[in-house]
Design a protein around this ligand. Structure first.
Ligand code: SF4
Length: 206
C-alpha cells in the first residue's frame, strides 16, 4: 500500500500549475532556482479550489478517534482526551523564531521561520529537544494564534515557515493554515518531520 502511495508522489503533486513545469532540480538535474515573484505555493491553489478547507475539516474531525500518526490511539482528542503524544485539541508551541542553524537553503539570510511544537509522538529516549518533546515545554495556541505566529515570522522576513515535530498536530496546522492564508501568508512551508507520520495525514497535506 505504501509503495502504491509513493508512486503518486511526483513533483507535479506539490507544485501549483501556475508555476509552470517543475524545476529541473526536482527531476534530479541542475539547480532549483525559482524567482520569488514567480512562486505560488501549492497550498494557495488548494485553498482557492476549496480542497484545503475540506482536508482541514476532515483532519480536525479525525481527532475524535485519533489516528493522526501510526500509534493509532483512537482516543477523542477533540474533547481533550490524551494519547501517547500527550496532546489534546490544541497544538502546543514551545518556540517560534528565525532559525539560523538550519541548512543554507532554508535559513537564507533572514532565517527559517521555525515553529517548534511541544510534545511528540515518537518519544525517542535520547531526544536532543527533550524539554520540548517529553516535558511539553511551551503553551497551547488556538488556530488563530498559530496563524498569527506564521504571519509574524513572514512579517520579519523569514524565508519559509518551518514546522518542527509537527506529526501529532497536522490537523491543527491545517486548521491554522486556512486562517493564515486568508490573512496573507505566502511563504513556502517546510514540514520538518521525524517521519513517524500516518499515510492519512500525509494525504491531507498533498
Ligand atoms: S497523534 Fe497522538 S493521540 Fe493521535 S495516534 Fe498519534 S500518538 Fe496517538
Amino acid at each position: 500500500m505504501f509503495q502504491e502511495y509513493l508512486t503518486e508522489l511526483t513533483p507535479s503533486n506539490f507544485l501549483c500549475p501556475r508555476n509552470g513545469p517543475p524545476p529541473v532540480e526536482l527531476a534530479g538535474d541542475g539547480r532549483f532556482i525559482l524567482r520569488r515573484k514567480n512562486f505560488v505555493p501549492a497550498y494557495i491553489c488548494a485553498f482557492e479550489s476549496g480542497i484545503l478547507q475540506q482536508r482541514a475539516a476532515e483532519a480536525i474531525e479525525a481527532l475524535r478517534s485519533c489516528r493522526v500518526c501510526p500509534r493509532n490511539c483512537n482516543i477523542d482528542r477533540f474533547n481533550n482526551k490524551i494519547g501517547v503524544c500527550k496532546s489534546g485539541r490544541l497544538a502546543r508551541v514551545a518556540s517560534a523564531f528565525p532559525h539560523f542553524g538550519e541548512e543554507d537553503c532554508l535559513r537564507g539570510w533572514n532565517g527559517s521561520g521555525t515553529i517548534f511544537f511541544g510534545w511528540c509522538n515518537l518519544r525517542c529516549m535520547f531526544c536532543q529537544n527533550f524539554e520540548t518533546s517529553q516535558f511539553g515545554e511551551g503553551a497551547e495556541v488556538n488556530a488563530s494564534e498559530l496563524a498569527g505566529i506564521m504571519l509574524d515570522l513572514q512579517e520579519i522576513g523569514c524565508h519559509n515557515i518551518n514546522f518542527v515535530t509537527p506529526e501529532h498536530v497536522v490537523s491543527q496546522i491545517l486548521e491554522a493554515l486556512i486562517i493564515a492564508i486568508d490573512r496573507g501568508l505566502r511563504l513556502p512551508i517546510v514540514y520538518n518531520t521525524s517521519a513517524y507520520d500516518s499515510l492519512e495525514s500525509i494525504r491531507w497535506m498533498r
